[in-house]
Design a protein around this ligand. Structure first.
Ligand SMILES: *Cc1c(COP(=O)(O)O)cnc(C)c1O
Length: 219
């Protein structure tokens, strides 16, 4: 199957009001270009080095999403062109983004990543921690940042009921606070679990494997 067909097939399974982010980590620039020529504009990467290398040579109207854990010392590099940072998982990171955004005289869009999975290894804020940040933002802090919404990753498990509970808990929190903080994006769902995420109210899915095929190595 060509990437063009793969994109069309995947888009058929996603409602129109849900944005598809094509997760292009480990993929070559040629593969990204092929997907771009098929009409895709939103691409997600999780390593700053790789993102820098690709954005330099690929079309400038690509919307680059930073989806993986972001180290504070890498923020500076991506601020000039980042479209949306999905993975703000600490207040310290947000402070660094604010500082660099101010230096670049730009407003940077971010999502707060919330830990909904039961696994120990997943990054993310607690609901309470996210709420604190949203309140600080509302009181005037972080003036070079727009908090567009929330992101979450479900546990890596075959237990569909658990996955659904995790996604739905995030949706519940999102709808509770959506109006108050003007949230418009709920990023949840990957190749294996995005239909459940959409069922639970996701507005943005991050899909790699289903679009591009299996990755050669784990990341
Ligand atoms: C790799 C990755 C994805 C995509 O995973 P697939 O299973 O290949 O669809 C989505 N979100 C994040 C944060 C990722 O790191």
């Amino acid at each position: 199957m060509t990437l063009d067909e793969s994109l069309k097939n995947t888009l058929k399974t996603i409602p129109e009001n849900v944005t598809l982010v094509a997760v292009s980590k480990t993929r070559t620039s040629d593969e990204i270009l092929e997907m771009y020529q098929a009409g895709q504009r939103d691409f997600g990467e999780n390593k700053v080095q790789e993102l820098m290398r690709k954005q330099e040579i690929l079309p400038t109207d690509i919307r680059w999403h930073q989806i993986g854990h972001l180290q504070k010392n890498k923020v500076k590099q991506i601020i000039p062109f980042s479209y949306l940072i999905h993975s703000v998982d600490s207040e310290k990171l947000l402070q660094t983004i604010e500082k660099e955004a101010a230096k670049n005289n730009r407003n940077v869009s971010v999502l707060l990543q919330i830990k909904i999975a039961q696994e120990e290894t997943k990054y993310g804020l607690s609901f309470e921690g996210a709420l604190n940040i949203l309140r600080e933002k509302k009181s005037g802090k972080f003036s070079h940042i727009t908090i567009e919404g929330l992101m979450g990753m479900a546990s890596f498990t075959d237990d569909l009921k658990q996955i659904k509970e995790e996604f739905c808990s995030l949706y519940h929190f999102y709808t509770q606070h959506q109006k108050d903080f003007n949230l418009t994006i709920l990023s949840m769902g990957m190749s294996d679990d995005y239909p459940i995420a959409i069922e639970c109210g996701s507005t943005m899915v991050r899909i790699g494997t289903k679009l591009f095929g299996k990755r050669d190595y784990a990341v």
